[in-house]
Design a protein around this ligand. Structure first.
Ligand code: HEM
Length: 424
Protein backbone atom coordinates (compact mmCIF):
# COMPACT_ATOMS: atom_id res chain seq x y z
CA UNK A 1 0.00 0.00 0.00
CA UNK A 2 1.33 3.38 -0.93
CA UNK A 3 2.15 6.09 1.67
CA UNK A 4 1.01 9.67 1.40
CA UNK A 5 1.54 11.21 -2.00
CA UNK A 6 3.19 8.21 -3.66
CA UNK A 7 0.29 8.04 -6.15
CA UNK A 8 1.17 11.61 -7.06
CA UNK A 9 4.10 10.22 -9.05
CA UNK A 10 2.42 10.63 -12.41
CA UNK A 11 -0.23 13.13 -11.22
CA UNK A 12 1.69 16.03 -12.78
CA UNK A 13 1.13 14.48 -16.22
CA UNK A 14 -2.62 14.58 -15.55
CA UNK A 15 -2.87 18.22 -14.44
CA UNK A 16 -5.55 20.35 -16.08
CA UNK A 17 -4.32 23.80 -17.21
CA UNK A 18 -4.00 25.98 -14.07
CA UNK A 19 -6.80 28.31 -15.19
CA UNK A 20 -9.37 25.49 -14.92
CA UNK A 21 -9.16 24.62 -11.20
CA UNK A 22 -8.43 28.27 -10.36
CA UNK A 23 -11.63 29.52 -11.99
CA UNK A 24 -13.73 26.90 -10.18
CA UNK A 25 -12.10 27.61 -6.81
CA UNK A 26 -12.23 31.37 -7.45
CA UNK A 27 -15.98 31.30 -8.20
CA UNK A 28 -16.51 29.14 -5.08
CA UNK A 29 -14.67 31.75 -3.00
CA UNK A 30 -16.92 34.54 -4.35
CA UNK A 31 -20.16 32.57 -3.91
CA UNK A 32 -19.05 31.84 -0.33
CA UNK A 33 -19.05 35.58 0.34
CA UNK A 34 -22.43 36.06 -1.38
CA UNK A 35 -23.95 33.23 0.68
CA UNK A 36 -23.04 34.90 3.97
CA UNK A 37 -24.33 38.26 2.67
CA UNK A 38 -27.67 36.63 1.69
CA UNK A 39 -27.93 35.05 5.14
CA UNK A 40 -27.08 38.36 6.87
CA UNK A 41 -29.87 40.03 4.85
CA UNK A 42 -32.42 37.39 5.90
CA UNK A 43 -31.24 36.31 9.37
CA UNK A 44 -34.67 36.75 10.99
CA UNK A 45 -36.41 34.73 8.27
CA UNK A 46 -33.74 32.03 8.55
CA UNK A 47 -34.58 31.44 12.21
CA UNK A 48 -38.12 30.43 11.27
CA UNK A 49 -37.15 28.81 7.95
CA UNK A 50 -39.31 25.79 7.22
CA UNK A 51 -38.91 25.46 3.45
CA UNK A 52 -40.21 27.55 0.56
CA UNK A 53 -38.61 30.30 -1.51
CA UNK A 54 -36.80 33.33 -0.04
CA UNK A 55 -33.26 34.51 0.80
CA UNK A 56 -32.62 31.73 3.38
CA UNK A 57 -33.15 29.13 0.61
CA UNK A 58 -31.01 31.24 -1.73
CA UNK A 59 -28.22 31.40 0.88
CA UNK A 60 -28.45 27.61 1.30
CA UNK A 61 -28.04 27.07 -2.47
CA UNK A 62 -25.28 29.67 -2.81
CA UNK A 63 -23.38 27.39 -0.42
CA UNK A 64 -24.72 24.07 -1.81
CA UNK A 65 -24.18 24.89 -5.48
CA UNK A 66 -21.98 28.00 -5.47
CA UNK A 67 -19.35 26.68 -3.04
CA UNK A 68 -19.84 22.89 -2.66
CA UNK A 69 -21.01 22.13 -6.21
CA UNK A 70 -18.45 24.47 -7.82
CA UNK A 71 -15.51 23.00 -5.86
CA UNK A 72 -16.75 19.46 -6.49
CA UNK A 73 -16.83 20.07 -10.25
CA UNK A 74 -13.29 21.52 -10.20
CA UNK A 75 -11.68 19.14 -7.69
CA UNK A 76 -13.53 16.07 -9.03
CA UNK A 77 -12.30 16.76 -12.56
CA UNK A 78 -8.72 16.93 -11.27
CA UNK A 79 -8.63 14.31 -8.47
CA UNK A 80 -10.70 11.47 -9.98
CA UNK A 81 -8.41 11.09 -13.05
CA UNK A 82 -5.41 10.94 -10.70
CA UNK A 83 -7.14 8.25 -8.60
CA UNK A 84 -8.32 6.25 -11.62
CA UNK A 85 -5.05 6.77 -13.54
CA UNK A 86 -7.04 8.07 -16.50
CA UNK A 87 -6.41 11.18 -18.59
CA UNK A 88 -8.04 14.35 -17.20
CA UNK A 89 -11.18 15.57 -19.02
CA UNK A 90 -10.66 18.07 -21.87
CA UNK A 91 -10.00 21.59 -20.57
CA UNK A 92 -12.33 23.04 -23.20
CA UNK A 93 -15.15 20.89 -21.85
CA UNK A 94 -14.36 22.00 -18.29
CA UNK A 95 -14.27 25.66 -19.36
CA UNK A 96 -17.64 25.29 -21.13
CA UNK A 97 -19.11 23.63 -18.04
CA UNK A 98 -17.86 26.55 -15.91
CA UNK A 99 -19.40 29.15 -18.27
CA UNK A 100 -22.78 27.40 -18.08
CA UNK A 101 -22.73 26.50 -14.36
CA UNK A 102 -21.55 29.82 -12.86
CA UNK A 103 -24.23 32.15 -14.28
CA UNK A 104 -26.74 29.29 -13.79
CA UNK A 105 -26.07 29.26 -10.03
CA UNK A 106 -26.31 33.06 -9.83
CA UNK A 107 -29.65 33.08 -11.71
CA UNK A 108 -31.02 30.19 -9.60
CA UNK A 109 -30.09 31.91 -6.32
CA UNK A 110 -31.60 35.23 -7.46
CA UNK A 111 -34.74 33.39 -8.58
CA UNK A 112 -35.01 31.72 -5.14
CA UNK A 113 -34.34 34.92 -3.18
CA UNK A 114 -36.36 37.55 -5.01
CA UNK A 115 -38.39 35.23 -5.70
CA UNK A 116 -38.68 35.03 -9.47
CA UNK A 117 -39.71 31.52 -10.47
CA UNK A 118 -38.85 32.09 -14.16
CA UNK A 119 -35.20 32.85 -13.20
CA UNK A 120 -35.22 29.91 -10.78
CA UNK A 121 -36.32 27.56 -13.57
CA UNK A 122 -33.83 28.96 -16.10
CA UNK A 123 -31.00 28.73 -13.56
CA UNK A 124 -32.04 25.19 -12.64
CA UNK A 125 -31.89 24.10 -16.30
CA UNK A 126 -28.44 25.68 -16.83
CA UNK A 127 -27.07 24.09 -13.63
CA UNK A 128 -28.72 20.78 -14.57
CA UNK A 129 -27.08 20.78 -18.03
CA UNK A 130 -23.65 21.63 -16.60
CA UNK A 131 -23.89 18.85 -13.99
CA UNK A 132 -25.04 16.40 -16.69
CA UNK A 133 -22.06 17.22 -18.93
CA UNK A 134 -19.70 16.85 -15.95
CA UNK A 135 -21.41 13.57 -15.02
CA UNK A 136 -20.79 12.18 -18.51
CA UNK A 137 -17.08 13.10 -18.29
CA UNK A 138 -16.84 11.41 -14.88
CA UNK A 139 -18.67 8.27 -16.08
CA UNK A 140 -16.15 7.94 -18.94
CA UNK A 141 -13.39 8.35 -16.39
CA UNK A 142 -14.71 5.85 -13.85
CA UNK A 143 -15.42 3.23 -16.53
CA UNK A 144 -11.74 3.12 -17.44
CA UNK A 145 -10.59 3.21 -13.81
CA UNK A 146 -7.48 1.24 -12.80
CA UNK A 147 -6.86 1.11 -9.05
CA UNK A 148 -8.46 2.65 -5.94
CA UNK A 149 -11.72 0.58 -5.94
CA UNK A 150 -12.87 2.33 -2.75
CA UNK A 151 -12.67 5.83 -4.26
CA UNK A 152 -14.14 4.60 -7.56
CA UNK A 153 -17.15 3.02 -5.78
CA UNK A 154 -17.86 6.28 -3.95
CA UNK A 155 -17.65 7.99 -7.35
CA UNK A 156 -20.34 5.68 -8.79
CA UNK A 157 -22.62 6.20 -5.75
CA UNK A 158 -22.16 9.97 -6.10
CA UNK A 159 -23.05 9.88 -9.80
CA UNK A 160 -26.17 7.79 -9.16
CA UNK A 161 -27.17 10.26 -6.45
CA UNK A 162 -26.49 13.15 -8.85
CA UNK A 163 -29.13 11.73 -11.22
CA UNK A 164 -31.73 11.69 -8.40
CA UNK A 165 -30.59 15.14 -7.24
CA UNK A 166 -31.10 16.64 -10.71
CA UNK A 167 -34.46 14.93 -11.30
CA UNK A 168 -35.78 16.08 -7.90
CA UNK A 169 -34.31 19.60 -8.29
CA UNK A 170 -35.81 20.16 -11.75
CA UNK A 171 -39.11 18.77 -10.52
CA UNK A 172 -39.07 21.16 -7.51
CA UNK A 173 -38.35 24.06 -9.86
CA UNK A 174 -41.25 22.80 -12.02
CA UNK A 175 -43.51 22.80 -8.95
CA UNK A 176 -42.85 26.53 -8.46
CA UNK A 177 -43.60 27.11 -12.16
CA UNK A 178 -46.96 25.35 -11.74
CA UNK A 179 -45.98 22.49 -14.07
CA UNK A 180 -47.54 19.03 -13.61
CA UNK A 181 -44.66 17.27 -11.87
CA UNK A 182 -44.53 14.67 -9.05
CA UNK A 183 -45.63 15.92 -5.61
CA UNK A 184 -43.40 18.37 -3.73
CA UNK A 185 -43.50 16.08 -0.72
CA UNK A 186 -41.93 13.25 -2.73
CA UNK A 187 -39.33 15.33 -4.59
CA UNK A 188 -38.31 17.32 -1.51
CA UNK A 189 -37.94 14.03 0.39
CA UNK A 190 -35.59 12.73 -2.31
CA UNK A 191 -33.79 16.06 -2.73
CA UNK A 192 -33.03 16.43 0.98
CA UNK A 193 -31.27 13.04 1.04
CA UNK A 194 -29.64 12.64 -2.38
CA UNK A 195 -28.26 16.20 -2.70
CA UNK A 196 -26.29 16.67 0.57
CA UNK A 197 -25.74 13.04 1.69
CA UNK A 198 -25.85 11.26 -1.70
CA UNK A 199 -23.91 13.42 -4.17
CA UNK A 200 -21.92 15.69 -1.88
CA UNK A 201 -21.55 13.14 0.93
CA UNK A 202 -20.32 10.25 -1.22
CA UNK A 203 -17.74 12.50 -2.90
CA UNK A 204 -16.60 14.02 0.42
CA UNK A 205 -16.15 10.56 1.97
CA UNK A 206 -14.57 9.08 -1.19
CA UNK A 207 -12.11 11.89 -1.93
CA UNK A 208 -11.09 11.93 1.75
CA UNK A 209 -9.46 8.53 1.11
CA UNK A 210 -7.09 10.35 -1.28
CA UNK A 211 -6.71 13.72 0.46
CA UNK A 212 -6.30 12.75 4.14
CA UNK A 213 -3.49 10.17 3.57
CA UNK A 214 -1.89 12.58 1.06
CA UNK A 215 -1.72 15.49 3.52
CA UNK A 216 -0.94 13.33 6.58
CA UNK A 217 1.65 11.25 4.66
CA UNK A 218 -0.12 8.09 5.79
CA UNK A 219 -0.94 4.72 4.27
CA UNK A 220 -4.14 4.66 2.25
CA UNK A 221 -6.95 3.06 4.37
CA UNK A 222 -7.72 -0.62 3.64
CA UNK A 223 -9.73 -0.91 0.40
CA UNK A 224 -12.02 -3.56 1.91
CA UNK A 225 -13.09 -1.23 4.75
CA UNK A 226 -13.61 1.63 2.29
CA UNK A 227 -15.90 -0.64 0.24
CA UNK A 228 -17.89 -1.74 3.33
CA UNK A 229 -18.41 1.90 4.35
CA UNK A 230 -19.47 2.72 0.79
CA UNK A 231 -21.92 -0.22 0.67
CA UNK A 232 -23.54 0.90 3.94
CA UNK A 233 -23.87 4.44 2.58
CA UNK A 234 -25.49 3.12 -0.61
CA UNK A 235 -27.89 1.03 1.48
CA UNK A 236 -28.81 4.08 3.59
CA UNK A 237 -29.56 6.10 0.44
CA UNK A 238 -31.65 3.30 -1.03
CA UNK A 239 -33.74 2.92 2.16
CA UNK A 240 -34.23 6.71 2.48
CA UNK A 241 -35.15 6.85 -1.22
CA UNK A 242 -37.87 4.19 -0.82
CA UNK A 243 -39.16 5.97 2.31
CA UNK A 244 -39.62 9.17 0.28
CA UNK A 245 -42.29 7.35 -1.75
CA UNK A 246 -44.34 7.03 1.45
CA UNK A 247 -43.96 3.27 2.07
CA UNK A 248 -43.17 2.64 5.78
CA UNK A 249 -41.44 6.04 5.99
CA UNK A 250 -40.59 6.05 9.73
CA UNK A 251 -39.05 2.53 10.13
CA UNK A 252 -37.28 2.83 6.77
CA UNK A 253 -35.81 6.23 7.65
CA UNK A 254 -34.61 4.91 11.02
CA UNK A 255 -33.03 1.91 9.24
CA UNK A 256 -31.44 4.33 6.75
CA UNK A 257 -30.01 6.41 9.58
CA UNK A 258 -28.58 3.28 11.24
CA UNK A 259 -26.91 2.19 7.99
CA UNK A 260 -25.69 5.76 7.49
CA UNK A 261 -24.29 5.87 11.02
CA UNK A 262 -22.51 2.56 10.36
CA UNK A 263 -20.96 3.94 7.17
CA UNK A 264 -19.88 7.20 8.83
CA UNK A 265 -18.58 5.42 11.95
CA UNK A 266 -16.34 3.15 9.85
CA UNK A 267 -15.20 6.15 7.80
CA UNK A 268 -14.23 8.06 10.94
CA UNK A 269 -12.31 5.02 12.18
CA UNK A 270 -10.32 4.87 8.95
CA UNK A 271 -9.66 8.61 9.04
CA UNK A 272 -8.55 8.48 12.70
CA UNK A 273 -6.15 5.64 11.85
CA UNK A 274 -4.64 7.58 8.93
CA UNK A 275 -4.18 10.71 11.10
CA UNK A 276 -2.70 8.65 13.95
CA UNK A 277 -0.21 6.72 11.78
CA UNK A 278 0.69 9.51 9.33
CA UNK A 279 4.28 10.85 9.23
CA UNK A 280 2.94 14.42 9.39
CA UNK A 281 1.15 14.86 12.72
CA UNK A 282 0.76 18.61 12.88
CA UNK A 283 -1.84 19.40 10.21
CA UNK A 284 -2.88 22.79 11.55
CA UNK A 285 -6.00 24.88 11.20
CA UNK A 286 -7.18 23.35 7.93
CA UNK A 287 -7.62 19.98 9.58
CA UNK A 288 -9.28 21.60 12.59
CA UNK A 289 -11.92 22.75 10.06
CA UNK A 290 -12.08 19.23 8.58
CA UNK A 291 -12.65 17.75 12.06
CA UNK A 292 -15.34 20.37 12.82
CA UNK A 293 -16.91 19.21 9.56
CA UNK A 294 -16.88 15.57 10.66
CA UNK A 295 -18.54 16.64 13.92
CA UNK A 296 -21.24 18.37 11.86
CA UNK A 297 -21.85 15.19 9.87
CA UNK A 298 -22.40 13.17 13.05
CA UNK A 299 -24.64 15.91 14.50
CA UNK A 300 -26.71 16.05 11.29
CA UNK A 301 -27.58 12.35 11.65
CA UNK A 302 -28.77 12.94 15.23
CA UNK A 303 -30.90 15.94 14.18
CA UNK A 304 -32.23 13.91 11.23
CA UNK A 305 -33.38 11.25 13.72
CA UNK A 306 -35.16 13.93 15.76
CA UNK A 307 -36.87 15.11 12.55
CA UNK A 308 -37.95 11.55 11.65
CA UNK A 309 -39.34 11.00 15.17
CA UNK A 310 -40.96 14.47 15.02
CA UNK A 311 -39.55 15.36 18.43
CA UNK A 312 -41.02 18.61 19.85
CA UNK A 313 -37.84 20.67 19.40
CA UNK A 314 -38.13 24.23 18.03
CA UNK A 315 -36.54 25.15 14.70
CA UNK A 316 -35.40 21.58 13.91
CA UNK A 317 -35.26 22.27 10.12
CA UNK A 318 -32.90 25.19 10.63
CA UNK A 319 -30.77 23.08 13.04
CA UNK A 320 -30.61 20.36 10.39
CA UNK A 321 -29.56 22.81 7.67
CA UNK A 322 -26.93 24.35 9.97
CA UNK A 323 -25.34 20.97 10.90
CA UNK A 324 -25.59 19.52 7.39
CA UNK A 325 -24.52 22.38 5.11
CA UNK A 326 -22.94 24.95 7.48
CA UNK A 327 -20.94 22.83 9.92
CA UNK A 328 -20.29 19.62 7.92
CA UNK A 329 -20.06 20.29 4.18
CA UNK A 330 -18.85 23.91 4.30
CA UNK A 331 -16.24 23.49 7.07
CA UNK A 332 -14.92 20.21 5.58
CA UNK A 333 -14.68 21.74 2.14
CA UNK A 334 -13.02 25.01 3.21
CA UNK A 335 -10.54 23.02 5.30
CA UNK A 336 -9.60 20.91 2.29
CA UNK A 337 -9.60 23.89 -0.08
CA UNK A 338 -7.09 25.84 2.00
CA UNK A 339 -4.74 22.85 1.67
CA UNK A 340 -5.49 21.88 -1.95
CA UNK A 341 -5.05 25.39 -3.39
CA UNK A 342 -1.42 26.01 -2.26
CA UNK A 343 -0.55 22.36 -2.94
CA UNK A 344 -1.92 22.51 -6.48
CA UNK A 345 -0.34 25.96 -7.02
CA UNK A 346 3.09 24.68 -5.99
CA UNK A 347 2.70 21.65 -8.26
CA UNK A 348 1.93 23.90 -11.24
CA UNK A 349 4.74 26.29 -10.36
CA UNK A 350 7.21 23.39 -10.08
CA UNK A 351 6.57 22.70 -13.76
CA UNK A 352 6.60 26.25 -15.11
CA UNK A 353 7.93 28.86 -12.68
CA UNK A 354 11.38 30.45 -12.65
CA UNK A 355 11.55 29.93 -8.88
CA UNK A 356 9.17 27.20 -7.69
CA UNK A 357 7.36 28.54 -4.57
CA UNK A 358 6.43 26.08 -1.82
CA UNK A 359 2.79 25.68 -0.70
CA UNK A 360 3.46 27.77 2.42
CA UNK A 361 5.09 30.51 0.33
CA UNK A 362 1.80 30.79 -1.58
CA UNK A 363 -0.32 30.94 1.57
CA UNK A 364 -1.43 34.12 3.36
CA UNK A 365 -1.49 32.71 6.90
CA UNK A 366 -2.93 35.87 8.48
CA UNK A 367 -5.96 35.79 6.16
CA UNK A 368 -6.56 32.11 6.98
CA UNK A 369 -6.19 32.74 10.70
CA UNK A 370 -8.85 35.45 10.49
CA UNK A 371 -11.07 33.24 8.33
CA UNK A 372 -10.85 30.38 10.82
CA UNK A 373 -11.76 32.55 13.81
CA UNK A 374 -14.69 34.18 11.99
CA UNK A 375 -15.98 30.88 10.53
CA UNK A 376 -16.08 29.19 13.94
CA UNK A 377 -17.52 32.28 15.67
CA UNK A 378 -20.21 32.60 12.98
CA UNK A 379 -21.30 28.95 13.31
CA UNK A 380 -21.37 29.18 17.13
CA UNK A 381 -23.31 32.44 16.84
CA UNK A 382 -25.90 30.88 14.50
CA UNK A 383 -26.33 27.95 16.91
CA UNK A 384 -26.80 30.36 19.81
CA UNK A 385 -29.33 32.37 17.80
CA UNK A 386 -31.31 29.19 17.14
CA UNK A 387 -31.11 28.12 20.78
CA UNK A 388 -32.45 31.41 22.17
CA UNK A 389 -34.44 32.52 19.10
CA UNK A 390 -32.57 35.79 18.57
CA UNK A 391 -32.71 37.40 15.12
CA UNK A 392 -30.17 39.99 16.28
CA UNK A 393 -27.57 37.37 17.20
CA UNK A 394 -28.27 35.53 13.92
CA UNK A 395 -27.61 38.73 11.96
CA UNK A 396 -24.42 39.48 13.93
CA UNK A 397 -23.19 35.91 13.40
CA UNK A 398 -23.86 36.13 9.65
CA UNK A 399 -21.93 39.42 9.47
CA UNK A 400 -18.96 37.73 11.17
CA UNK A 401 -19.35 35.04 8.49
CA UNK A 402 -19.12 37.80 5.85
CA UNK A 403 -15.86 39.03 7.42
CA UNK A 404 -14.49 35.46 7.37
CA UNK A 405 -15.48 35.02 3.73
CA UNK A 406 -13.71 38.28 2.85
CA UNK A 407 -10.57 36.97 4.58
CA UNK A 408 -10.85 33.78 2.50
CA UNK A 409 -11.09 35.97 -0.65
CA UNK A 410 -7.83 37.65 0.42
CA UNK A 411 -6.21 34.20 0.78
CA UNK A 412 -7.33 33.26 -2.76
CA UNK A 413 -6.31 36.55 -4.40
CA UNK A 414 -2.91 36.50 -2.66
CA UNK A 415 -2.27 32.95 -3.85
CA UNK A 416 -3.06 33.83 -7.47
CA UNK A 417 -0.88 36.97 -7.26
CA UNK A 418 2.07 35.01 -5.82
CA UNK A 419 1.67 32.33 -8.51
CA UNK A 420 1.73 35.02 -11.19
CA UNK A 421 4.77 36.66 -9.58
CA UNK A 422 6.55 33.30 -9.64
CA UNK A 423 5.80 33.14 -13.37
CA UNK A 424 3.45 30.12 -13.11
C1 HEM B 1 -29.66 21.67 -9.76
C2 HEM B 1 -29.45 22.06 -8.56
C3 HEM B 1 -30.53 22.38 -7.54
C4 HEM B 1 -31.76 22.96 -7.69
C5 HEM B 1 -32.41 23.46 -8.98
C6 HEM B 1 -32.40 22.98 -6.38
C7 HEM B 1 -33.71 23.49 -6.15
C8 HEM B 1 -34.31 23.47 -4.92
C9 HEM B 1 -35.66 24.01 -4.68
C10 HEM B 1 -36.56 24.65 -5.72
C11 HEM B 1 -35.92 23.83 -3.37
C12 HEM B 1 -37.16 24.32 -2.59
C13 HEM B 1 -38.12 23.32 -2.45
C14 HEM B 1 -39.35 23.86 -1.80
O1 HEM B 1 -39.31 24.27 -0.64
O2 HEM B 1 -40.34 23.78 -2.49
C15 HEM B 1 -34.76 23.15 -2.79
C16 HEM B 1 -34.69 22.78 -1.47
C17 HEM B 1 -33.51 22.28 -0.93
N1 HEM B 1 -32.32 22.04 -1.55
FE1 HEM B 1 -31.93 22.23 -3.50
N2 HEM B 1 -31.54 22.45 -5.45
C18 HEM B 1 -30.39 22.06 -6.13
C19 HEM B 1 -29.28 21.49 -5.58
C20 HEM B 1 -29.10 21.28 -4.24
C21 HEM B 1 -27.90 20.79 -3.64
C22 HEM B 1 -26.62 20.40 -4.39
C23 HEM B 1 -28.12 20.73 -2.30
C24 HEM B 1 -27.19 20.30 -1.15
C25 HEM B 1 -26.04 19.93 -1.12
C26 HEM B 1 -29.48 21.18 -2.07
C27 HEM B 1 -30.09 21.23 -0.83
C28 HEM B 1 -31.40 21.58 -0.63
C29 HEM B 1 -32.07 21.53 0.67
C30 HEM B 1 -31.40 21.09 1.98
C31 HEM B 1 -33.41 21.96 0.47
C32 HEM B 1 -34.53 21.97 1.49
C33 HEM B 1 -34.71 23.19 2.20
C34 HEM B 1 -35.86 22.96 3.16
O3 HEM B 1 -36.97 23.01 2.74
O4 HEM B 1 -35.56 22.74 4.32
N3 HEM B 1 -30.05 21.51 -3.27
N4 HEM B 1 -33.79 22.96 -3.76
Amino acid sequence: MSRGGAFLGDARSRLLPVSIPLRFFGAATLFHLLAWIALAASAGEWLDFDGGLGWPLAALHLVALGVLGMTTLGAGAQLLPVATRQPAPGSRWMAAIWWLYTPGVALLALGMGWPQTRWLAAGAVAVGLAFTAWGVLMIRNLRGARGMPGVVSHGWVALAALAVLLASALSLAGTWRGLSVPSRELTLGLHLVFAPYGFMGALALGLAYILVPMFALAEAPAERSQLISCALAALALLLAGIAAFGWQPVPLRIAALLAGAGSVGLHFQLMAQALRTGMRRELGRSFALVKIGWGGLAASLVVALALVLELPIARLSAWFGLCLVGVWLLSFLLGMLERILPFLGAMYAAGTARRAPTPSALTDERALRLHFACHVAALVGLALALAIDSARIAAAAALIGVAGALAFCVFYVTLVARLQRAGA
